[in-house]
Design a binder for this molecule. Sequence first.
Ligand SMILES: C[S@@+](CC[C@H](N)C(=O)[O-])C[C@H]1O[C@@H](n2cnc3c(N)ncnc32)[C@H](O)[C@@H]1O
Length: 283
Amino acid sequence: MTSTSHGTQPVINTEPSHHYDRVHEAWELLMGAEFHYGFFADARTPLAAATAALTEEMIRRARFAPGDRVLDVGCGTGRQACDLAERFDVELVGITTSETGVDAGLHQAANRGLVQVSFEQRDGTDNKFPDASFDVVWVLESSHLMRDRRALLSECVRVLRPGGRLVLCDIIRRREIPFLEVRSRRREFGVLRAAFGDAHMEPLADYAETLRGLGMTVHDATDISAETLGTFAAWRANAETYRDQVIQLIGLDSLDEFVEATEILERFWGDETLGYGILSATR
Ligand SMILES: C[S@@+](CC[C@H](N)C(=O)[O-])C[C@H]1O[C@@H](n2cnc3c(N)ncnc32)[C@H](O)[C@@H]1O
């Protein structure tokens, strides 16, 4: 991070070399400390409580036991991996294709004195870990970035020990999108791609079916689109609250794009094109 916070008013470092940190800071202002969707018990739930609640939904399904070896696929900044290792006394390996993410994770683990956490640059669709080497595989909102979903899931299953658990949550596609509709909504898809990167969504049932085909027992595959819908309004509220700071960090165009993307996603949730799912399975 390139800023120090005084309450909610960050002091911004505008050096060009701090570009990545500025983007990171902007997203932290817009999305909160945890960069993922929230699980809203009701519309009044604050965003921070909702993002924590989504993590709790994953934790409940992961059933961590002390000493478990856990693989976090698509570990982001590594913050969550460190939190889990600290809280549940598990050994955690975070992987991401991002070198910056690995550096951020290593830095975080070192700062917090967590020797049982490591971060490595590896691809979730071909992780190269030995077979049956983890008790839990944790995939929080990263699967939509791995187009070869079958390769991701079969790698997750391969590295699990017999009895090991897979927990995953992500944005899902809730219906077929006809070609003509894809064409007519091309602009909306373009805005989403510009704001959040290239993503590929699949039905939750397809994840479950693939996992069953790989010999897993799927315990639940739950559509939580309704519970995650509040995320967009919360992100927009932050865009309003931190407007000046975010513009200083990433510029007005990027802020406008972000806000428009939240409106598009809200529409997609509303017409049941996209949504959010969570699942757990045992090898
Ligand atoms: C939206 S972030 C989720 C971060 C984290 N799980 C969280 O919830 O805070 C997606 C993460 O997936 C990683 N990622 C994207 N493609 C990947 C791949 N093929 N293999 C491993 N990680 C990947 C990105 O680098 C990023 O860390």
